[in-house]
Design a protein around this ligand. Structure first.
Ligand code: NAD
Length: 293
């Protein structure tokens, strides 16, 4: 029988780390969240409280369930607190050097049997595993954003990932109420490999003057029943993230079909990153988003 993961550590209190903590705590697990940035830890604490509160106001949780879940999360900046964790999920900044630094710090504090997972969207799981003292206990565990809302978790085996590691983490994902899919370690895995070229193509359509922002989004919503148009979606995800994935695909698979659209590059250079900066393919300064082209 797979080991039941009860105590989880999370590194990185950004938008993914917050969501992962939320999901794990709601499933009855104890979670310790670590970040180097103590102000970010304060924001994370407020964010988890806010999102749990929203579930109470929607009638999805009782006030008592919210309080219980919140009490199961602890926050701190010392990775020594991971000594009793069964699994640590690294959700630090998408930068290979930063992630390597995290493993160097975290590994000496882990129990020998503890598993280590990365939430990376694009870096080779095999290469990251090689930076740890436990490549056979290392796996890619790719939650979607926002983690509490989206049911998929891509599980990525590195070349050294042991079958037992995969089974234990797969079992955990099911217990978190999510659906795991198994993916081999290729650039951008499944969702981003298929989704980002579509978003990039929508930006090419805009760049080449095929249609306006509004027309492209309306066409894909009404014509394909997508809940959001591709440009709206790009703004929601962050244009810097879209560009990073396209660069990974372009470099990793060496096929010109993955060339990032020059307009996407320009927007990122301008700091127009979408919702988070108030401007992308839409302007978010008013009551309603206004197309910028
Ligand atoms: P983010 O920038 O919002 O947060 C990253 C956090 O990591 C920051 O709070 C930062 O202070 C912290 N950090 C940096 N170095 C650290 C260290 N040495 N020790 C501890 N904490 C450290 O990033 P994010 O969007 O939450 O992404 C995190 C990971 O999840 C990335 O690997 C990303 O590719 C992946 N991911 C992101 C999304 C998304 O849509 N944002 C979706 C799926 C996966």
């Amino acid at each position: 029988m797979p080991l039941d993961i009860r105590n989880i550590g999370v590194v990185g209190a950004g938008q993914m780390g917050i969501g992962i903590c939320h999901v794990c705590a709601l499933s009855g697990r104890s979670v310790h969240l670590v970040d180097v940035d103590t102000e970010q830890l304060d924001r994370a604490m407020a964010a988890v409280d806010h999102y749990l509160g929203r579930q109470v106001s929607k009638g999805l949780l009782t006030e008592a369930e919210k309080d219980e879940a919140f009490k199961r999360i602890t926050f701190g900046s010392d990775v020594a607190a991971f000594k009793d964790r069964d699994l640590v999920i690294e959700a630090a900044t998408e930068d290979e050097q930063i992630k390597k630094g995290v493993y160097k710090e975290v590994c000496p504090h882990l129990k020998p049997e503890a598993l280590l997972a990365t939430n990376t969207s694009s870096i080779s799981v095999t290469r990251l595993a090689a930076q740890t003292d436990r490549p056979e206990k290392f796996i890619g565990m790719h939650f979607m954003y926002p983690a509490p809302m989206l049911d998929l978790v891509e599980l990525i085996r590195g070349i050294a990932t042991a079958p037992e590691t995969f089974r234990i983490v797969e079992d955990l994902v099911l217990k978190l109420g999510k659906t795991p899919v198994s993916v081999e370690d290729f650039s951008a895995f499944i969702v981003n490999r298929i989704l980002m070229p579509m978003v990039n193509e929508a930006i090419y359509a805009l760049y080449e003057g095929v249609a306006s922002v509004k027309a492209i989004d309306t066409a894909m919503k009404l014509g394909c029943r997508h809940p959001m148009g591709p440009l709206e979606l790009a703004d929601f995800i962050g244009l810097d993230f879209c560009l990073a994935v396209m660069n990974t695909l372009n470099e990793g698979l060496a096929d010109t079909k993955y060339r990032p659209c020059p307009l996407l590059v320009k927007y990122v250079e301008a700091g127009w990153l979408g919702r988070k900066t108030g401007r992308g393919f839409y302007d978010y300064s008013g009551d309603e988003p206004e197309p910028t082209r």
